[in-house]
Write a protein that binds this ligand. Structure first.
Ligand SMILES: Nc1ncnc2c1ncn2[C@@H]1O[C@H](COP(=O)(O)OP(=O)(O)O)[C@@H](O)[C@H]1O
Ligand SMILES: [Mg+2]
Length: 234
């Protein structure tokens, strides 16, 4: 059996007095699609940043794609992250003035590929997310939903096995949000492991698995306990 993509064992993160995450145990197998759901301030982004190796825990063990991150230097961690994880954030993080094609091509800046090949791959990825007609548009010429699709294209350019999305629909109207969710489902169907952070319980209930977080603790995980009563309509 292959190692889980994500393995957290008793993981904690303290910011001074604030315990943002406490004793979190989580296993994510390759090919899963799941939500991490909870109210604002419950520790969701803290957990995502630790899974994404952007932040190291203050306690516990984190293994990503079989690597214990405590054994890796910052440089080795960056290399693991670059090859394994794609990130999508609520606020898109697109640079003003940079056209979609270049924003996505820049996702492979450190791949060693030449500009022409990076642009060719960027174009094909933008077509994959339904933006073949927006290659040369800058962020201010795109709708919110289109911006998020550019950001997703950039995140999946190198075909990372793990995609982490922190409130990817949080800044979108419901229709654009639905389009972005459809795209995340498609990427999952194509084999990517997808973790979606959300405070939206409807989104969480629409996914095969939901990990509920409250006050820095995993309250329950539908993969462990089955769906919550309010999610099955009882
Ligand atoms: N860099 C930080 N420094 C200090 N406190 C932080 C930091 N990041 C998060 N926190 C605190 O940790 C708790 C969890 O935050 P966060 O993980 O961002 O929650 P969520 O994403 O669920 O809204 C909150 O009390 C927040 O104020
Ligand atoms: Mg957050």
């Amino acid at each position: 059996m292959t190692a889980p993509v994500v393995h957290l064992a008793k993981v904690s993160k303290a910011y001074g007095e604030v315990l943002a995450l406490a004793d979190a145990d989580l296993h994510v197998q390759r090919g899963e699609l799941l939500a991490v759901v909870g109210p604002s301030g419950s520790g969701k982004s803290t957990m995502l940043n630790i899974i994404g190796t952007l932040s190291r825990p203050t306690g516990g063990t984190v293994q990503i794609d079989g690597h214990d991150i405590a054994e890796l230097s910052d440089r080795e961690l960056s290399a693991l992250r670059a090859g394994t994880i794609g990130f999508v954030f609520q606020q898109f993080h697109l640079t003003p003035g940079v056209a979609a094609l270049d924003a996505v091509a820049d996702g492979l800046l450190y791949s060693g590929l030449g500009l022409r090949e990076r642009r060719r791959r960027a174009e094909s990825t933008l077509r994959r997310v339904g933006l073949g007609h927006r290659l040369h548009n800058q962020p201010h010429q795109l709708s919110g939903g289109e911006k998020q699709r550019v950001a997703i294209a950039r995140a999946v350019m190198g075909d990372p096995p793990l995609l982490l999305a922190d409130e990817p629909t949080g800044a979108l109207d419901s229709r654009s949000g639905a389009t972005v969710m459809d795209l995340l489902h498609e990427l999952h169907s194509a084999g990517t492991t997808v973790v979606i952070i959300t405070h939206d319980r409807d989104i969480a209930a629409s996914l095969p698995r939901a990990v509920h977080v409250r006050d820095g603790r995993i309250e329950y995980d539908t993969a462990v306990t089955g769906p919550a009563h309010d999610e099955v309509g009882i």
